[in-house]
Design a protein around this ligand. Structure first.
Ligand code: HEC
Length: 126
């Protein structure tokens, strides 16, 4: 019995998986995709009474407060992830001393991508 067909199937499956993973995201939802990322990675510090909020005025627990930004101004420019502070920080494009999340690992690539697509799609409260 030849092992070739099995190998063929394995290659086809790997190719399928790769395509699925690299398919561009779209229709990113604030409530389903973005807020859970912020809750997981930012809100333990960026909520009223927490150190990140006290230092920067940024509250990442909801859409309105996120869009308002902190005392350094808004961090989301709808439609423009390239110049949005939020994306610069999580992508590590800002100065390394203010990389976010503070003192922790970078976000997962798919989370970084989701934030980027969400901003580029207009940063909607969807
Ligand atoms: C472990 C706590 C912690 C976490 C988690 C955290 N931050 Fe911060 N953040 C801070 C602190 C403290 C500051 C105050 C500035 C400083 O000390 O560098 C800050 C400052 C900021 C600022 C203002 C930066 C400036 O000085 O212009 C932004 C924007 C920000 N954080 C965004 C985020 C985002 C987005 C996340 C999640 C991806 C996040 N932070 C996660 C603690 C945290």
């Amino acid at each position: 019995m030849s092992t070739k067909p099995m190998f063929g199937i394995a290659v086809a499956m790997a190719a399928l998986l790769l395509t699925a993973c690299s398919a561009p995201l779209s229709n990113v939802s604030y409530s389903k995709d973005v807020q859970p990322i912020l809750t997981r990675s930012c809100s333990e510090c960026h909520a009223p009474g927490k150190p990140g909020f006290e230092a920067s005025g940024l509250d990442t627990t909801g859409y309105a407060s996120l869009m308002k930004g902190g005392k350094f101004g808004p961090l989301v420019r709808p439609g423009d992830a390239l110049s949005s502070t939020l994306n610069m920080l999580v992508e590590g494009r800002a100065h390394s001393s203010i990389k976010m999340p503070h003192g922790k690992d970078k976000l997962a690539d798919k989370d970084i991508e989701a934030l980027k697509v969400w901003v580029n799609e207009g940063a909607k409260n969807n």
